[in-house]
Design a protein around this ligand. Structure first.
Ligand code: NDP
Length: 297
């Protein structure tokens, strides 16, 4: 089986190269080799690879910057996704794509199910929703996996930012009124590999159904709770370099950002669990494993 991956240097893309390797030949592209800001170039790239599976891990993910660059974000997160979906359909390839809780407004008090009403609060959420719709409109064999609060060993992410500033400052002030499930990039890619294997079996047996699935870590916390856990674990592992003694909770109002964010980002994973029968780690377990890896580096 040949699997094409986009966004090979992203948090998830980088992990996918390892996780997908046991399934077959992984052909992974960076933004120069498969540039989603130039959707018109993608069909020929995909035709040259002739993949049986495409995993689209490339995305415009700069949530605040997207407020100013919605056109570019839309090209990458929606127009290009439509082109990839069409190429996948034509070549009878399975398309696995990622989306986000930011398609919801976060006003709910209960975990969001896949078909709950969507209402993105920001430009990034609108472009990701448009990407979901482009895939649905194209048809073929596709799976869209919605995830949340991704962190990992690489790239810009909350874990790495907190680890850095915990060495520089005595007190960290972190938003405590946004709730989510921090999900490790490594768990996302490991689950994705199992999902691909499962879906390919279903396709061979003529039992495959396309669909949107929530796929996040188990458990929930706030950004403040996440930061507190990061600092506590980092202190255990690297006590001598950690300066931060206090992680102070603040409200979102005290930390204004260009893009509004949902206050409640918990997704109900029941549909994913039922279809794929996989265990999703609690966010604390994912954090401990990731920090172990960082410490080993
Ligand atoms: P990253 O930002 O870590 O990686 C995105 C990748 O996309 C990078 O490798 C980047 O390239 C690449 N990329 C950006 N622009 C282009 C382009 N024009 N053409 C080709 N590639 C491009 O994202 P994640 O790994 O965290 O995200 C994976 C998926 O999960 C995405 O679909 C994202 O929307 C979704 N998601 C992410 C969340 C998060 O908290 N990060 C939360 C919920 C969903 P380069 O390395 O060169 O910058």
């Amino acid at each position: 089986m040949r699997i094409m991956v986009t966004g090979r240097n992203g948090q998830v893309g980088w992990e996918l190269r390892r996780a997908l390797a046991p399934l077959g030949e992984v052909v992974a592209f960076d933004r120069h080799e498969a540039d989603l800001s130039k959707p018109e170039t993608l069909a020929s790239v995909i035709a040259s690879v002739q993949p049986q599976v495409i995993v689209n891990a490339a995305a415009y993910t700069a949530v605040d910057k997207a407020e100013e660059e919605e056109g570019l974000a839309h090209r990458i997160n929606a127009d290009a996704v439509g082109v990839i979906a069409e190429a996948a359909r034509k070549q009878h390839a399975l398309l696995v794509h990622y989306s986000t809780d930011y398609v919801f407004d976060g006003a709910s008090k209960n975990p969001y199910r896949e078909d709950d009403p969507i209402a993105p609060l920001n430009a990034y959420g609108r472009t990701k929703l448009a990407g979901e719709r482009a895939i649905e409109a194209t048809g073929g064999d596709w799976l869209t996996l919605r995830t949340t609060w991704v962190f990992g060993l690489r790239g810009r992410n909350f874990l790495r930012t907190i680890m850095r500033i915990a060495r520089e400052r005595d007190t960290l002030r972190v938003v405590a009124d946004q709730i989510g499930a921090p999900t490790s990039a490594r768990m996302i890619s490991d689950l994705t590999a199992h999902v691909v294997a499962h879906a390919q079996r279903e396709r061979r047996e003529g039992k495959f159904e396309p669909g949107v699935f929530n796929m996040t870590a188990a458990g929930e916390t706030s950004w403040h709770g996440f930061a507190d856990a990061i600092v506590a674990t980092a202190r255990e592992l690297q006590g001598d370099v950690i300066k931060a003694a206090v992680v102070e909770p603040i409200t979102s109002d005290a930390y204004p950002t260009p893009a509004r964010r949902p206050q409640y980002s918990i997704l109900d994973n029941e549909k994913f669990d039922r279809r794929f029968g996989l265990a999703r780690m609690d966010w604390r377990q994912g954090l401990a494993l990731t920090i172990d890896d960082l410490a080993a580096q």
